[in-house]
Write a protein that binds this ligand. Sequence first.
Ligand code: 9D3
Length: 246
Amino acid sequence: MKIGLITLLPEMFSALSDFGICGRAIREKLVELQLINPRDYTADKHRTVDDKPFGGGPGMLMKTEPLVAAIRDAKQKLGSNSKVVYLSPQGKMINQAMIVEAAAEDSLILVCGRYQGIDQRVLESEIDEEWSLGDFVLSGGEFAAMAVVDAMIRRQPGALGDEESALQDSFEEGLLHCPEYTRPQVFEGREVPKVLLSGDHEAIRRWRIKQALATTRSKRPDLLANRELTAEQNELLAEVERELTE
Ligand code: 9D3
């Protein structure tokens, strides 16, 4: 897959390309990042990439012509059918379904805003979708783009080892994970749940599902609200509810 990144701060993406699972996937060419800097599409002596908002007020916007030239060059390089996503606090909140869908395409172009954002006409003419990381304020779109690229790389065949892929499957069941324990068996007087030491794999499997349901019910009830559970999950969730009313 090819991912185009329109950014005034391309050096930030070394956090992605130089480390860990994403670094390896990029070195192995499972994913190709194309960093495109609007500053390289300027013609003036100062290579200006910001401009004042009409109507006045504080802050600057990204300068229109270099931004549009960069996006159009990205489309030319990655394919004119590439989806163009603008990372923005006004966007739709990103979820795993959006990642799964985008990661199945051959290409994606992510536009990282800086300053107070971009001209509305650029939004209307160049941008297909607007995505947000959530209701908090960032200084620009780069960290949001890196989160999206990381999540998409994890979806590429061959990017994860076997252990990690199995873990990902369980997340995509749409429940939170059960509590996990490692050594020592007693830590500061607190013991590991006995069932995990029992060697009874069926009991462990059911305990994990039940704990996942209890954790989800307590921390993210919205995930359970409109979701079909299996017969076994319903039975275990009923046990959780019964124990809470005791
Ligand atoms: C002055 C009012 N703000 C507009 C809502 C200013 C503003 C805040 C943050 C303008 C740009 C930004 C930069 N944010 C992003 O580029 C961004 C973002 C975010 O701030 N929160 C969550 N997700 C994202 S994705 C991109």
